[in-house]
Ligand binder design. Structure first.
Ligand SMILES: O=C(O)CCC(=O)C(=O)O
Ligand SMILES: [Fe+2]
Length: 195
């Protein structure tokens, strides 16, 4: 299926709800859940150390060091499955990626708060390819500087690809809120180019 633009002002966000076929997505979910070196990282929140409500891992080319929330992440060497996905995504998007952040949301209690992926090393107009495996969860986008009424909620299904580029990170925030619905694990990969 093609990447279709979402109607968001001052942003460039595209969605392919079926980038991977369901069988491919579930095989990849099983493989990555088992082989990725998952960690629960502490982050600084208002000066206090708390654990992130999810598991994470950072893979990439040796020089793709990533800093956020007071953390400095050295990339682990690519797994074959991640290398293959990177090649697939580079062909589909025409962009280049040298690293991937993986997030494992173990249940509906795991989440990610509103943020922009606007770290300086991603450059002014980062291209971020976000691939979802596992449970369907609601992804939210809201403008940085105006009313919440314009926020967008988007259920991201297994196998879907969300591409954020252009001025999206400058003008919009995104989040993966908690849910009280009983849901299984969701695994998300965001491919990035660290400069
Ligand atoms: O899990 C998601 O869909 C979002 C992940 C995300 O925003 C990030 O890793 O920066
Ligand atoms: Fe993000």
């Amino acid at each position: 299926m093609p990447l279709l633009p979402l109607p968001l002002p001052d942003a460039d966000v595209l969605l392919d709800a079926r980038f991977l076929a369901p069988a491919e997505a579930s095989a990849l979910l099983a493989e990555l859940t088992a082989t990725v070196a998952w960690q629960q990282q502490p982050i600084k929140l208002f000066g206090k150390e708390v654990m992130q409500p999810r598991l994470t891992a950072w893979y990439g080319d040796p020089k793709a060091t990533y800093r956020y929330s007071g953390l400095r992440l050295e990339p682990l060497p690519w797994l074959p499955a991640l290398q293959q996905l990177r090649a697939h995504l580079e062909t589909a998007t025409g962009a280049r990626f040298n690293s991937v952040l993986l997030n494992l949301y173990r249940s509906g209690q795991d989440s990610m708060g509103y943020h922009a992926d606007d770290e300086p090393e991603l450059g002014p107009e980062p291209v971020i390819a976000s691939l979802t495996l596992g449970a369907t969860r609601t992804f939210r986008l809201r403008p940085r500087r105006s009313v919440a009424a314009q926020a967008l909620s988007l259920p991201l299904l297994a196998g879907s690809l969300l591409l954020m580029r252009g001025a999206t990170q400058q003008n919009w925030l995104h989040a993966l809120p908690k849910t009280t619905r009983p849901v299984g694990p969701r695994l998300n990969l965001t491919f990035r180019l660290v400069k």
